[in-house]
Design a binder for this molecule. Structure first.
Ligand code: CA
Length: 417
């Protein structure tokens, strides 16, 4: 749903750990010492902010926003220092996938998901029939995005986006979102004062940013408005299903299946880049977590989100459809596994390498520097564990006799030091 970063979970593909934006971070935010400076900054900014609004008004009108719509929407807009603080405080906070799943697929969230599935049974069945997306999957996204509507965010969206667009860091992106938000107001779908959401502009039960809303939001209850903000989640849930359908959801195909890999499995075959039929994987000895054969569901990859020591999943095209919501492997597995559990499925069977600690951003950079220095070129030092770094890790692992799973563990860094 989000193009980047505005998501609660930030992708660092293949690393097994990922950053979480501070709005759901458990870190205490002690800000008292900075309070005076902040208010000075806010006063200074307000003058420039007002000037920016009048310039932006011209750009918005040039893009088709009616002046009276703009003025009404901006009536109570203010520079939101809290939004800026949250944006600036996105210092990386990393969790390992098992820590994330503990909260993403907690017993409470599973229980509440089952209740949500029951409470909205008829609506969800109608949505499933229209868009071809299973009710459990829609409910799982709802569960992760807003705890089934409990945390939809109460930040005024126009103020938040105006602040972020003015601030300039990723200003173009946020100005585009702000224009989209004004189009939503202009369409009459929602009054600007009811348009609330997260500090970064994600709105409603399933946290659509304005451009996604414009492209995919649905009026499923037929009252003439695409209302993702109201207590009634009908439109929001239909919008989510429409979004997944648009990106190619295949009904009846699992997102993924936990699998058991045979002794002697060729770990160079793991990773999203290698796809084979279920039959080919089974010929290589892959079975489901209970040791049974796996039905044919299309081409699949073997994903090891915590390396060879953790759970293994056979993932299908639907995995990549959920990625359109949020690209972090952990998020996709969270949605997928939560949907399985809501549908009565079993917990993940494998153990996780729980003694493994997540690498900090600086340590990922250090790992890349050291790998490259040792002759395993990572094609750059950006702190993001992408395909080139995974490849370099595999080569390093082979050179020292480790299992070449490409997993960026602390152990690799320790050995490189
Ligand atoms: Ca509606």
């Amino acid at each position: 749903m989000r193009s980047f970063l505005v998501a609660a979970v930030l992708a660092v593909a293949g690393s097994g750990s990922f950053a979480i934006a501070p709005d759901i971070s458990p870190r205490p935010e002690a800000r008292i010492p900075g309070l005076v400076e902040v208010s000075v900054e806010a006063r200074v900014s307000n003058v420039a902010f007002e000037r920016w609004i009048s310039e932006f008004r011209r750009r918005a009108v040039a893009q088709g926003i009616r002046p009276q719509v703009f003025d009404q929407a901006f009536q109570s807009v203010r520079y939101d220092t809290d939004v800026i603080q949250r944006d600036r405080n996105q210092a990386e906070f990393t969790k390992q996938i098992w820590e994330y799943l503990e909260s993403a697929v907690s017993d409470t969230r599973v229980k509440n998901g089952k209740a949500a599935l029951r409470d909205h049974k008829r609506t969800l069945a109608a949505i499933e029939a229209r868009y071809g997306v299973e009710a459990e999957v829609v409910v799982a996204i709802w569960g992760l995005e807003s705890a089934y509507g409990s945390f939809r965010g109460n930040t005024p969206i126009i103020s938040a986006l105006a602040t972020l667009a003015f601030d300039g860091r990723r200003g173009r992106f946020f100005e585009e979102q702000l224009i989209a938000a004004l189009r939503i107001v202009q369409s009459g779908d929602v009054r600007p004062d009811r348009m609330t959401g997260s500090w970064a502009g994600a709105m409603g039960h399933t946290q659509f940013i304005p451009t996604s809303y414009l492209a995919y939001a649905q009026d499923f209850d037929g009252d003439g408005r695409r209302d993702i903000w109201s207590d009634d989640p009908t439109d929001a849930l239909a919008s989510t299903a429409a979004y997944l359908a648009r990106f190619g959801w295949t009904k009846g195909q699992p997102w993924g299946i936990e699998v058991r890999l045979p002794r002697g499995f060729d770990y160079s075959q793991s990773g999203e880049r290698i796809k084979k039929s279920v039959g080919e994987w089974m010929a290589a000895g892959v079975r489901d977590a209970a040791g049974n054969r796996i039905p044919e569901h299309g081409r699949a990859s073997i994903l090891l989100p915590a390396g060879a020591q953790g759970a293994a999943f056979m993932i299908f095209d639907n995995f990549h459809v959920i990625e359109r919501y949020n690209t972090a492997d952990a998020y996709v597995i969270g949605v997928g596994h939560l949907s399985d559990r809501i549908g009565g499925g079993r917990p993940i069977q494998a153990n996780w390498p729980v003694d493994d600690r997540a690498l900090r951003f600086s340590e990922k950079q250090e790992m890349q520097r050291r790998l490259t220095g040792a002759g395993f070129d990572t094609q750059g030092v950006d702190g993001i564990i992408g395909p080139n770094t995974i490849q370099a890790i595999r080569r390093f692992q082979r050179s020292v006799g480790m299992i070449p799973d490409g997993y960026a563990s602390y152990e690799i860094l320790r050995r490189l030091r």
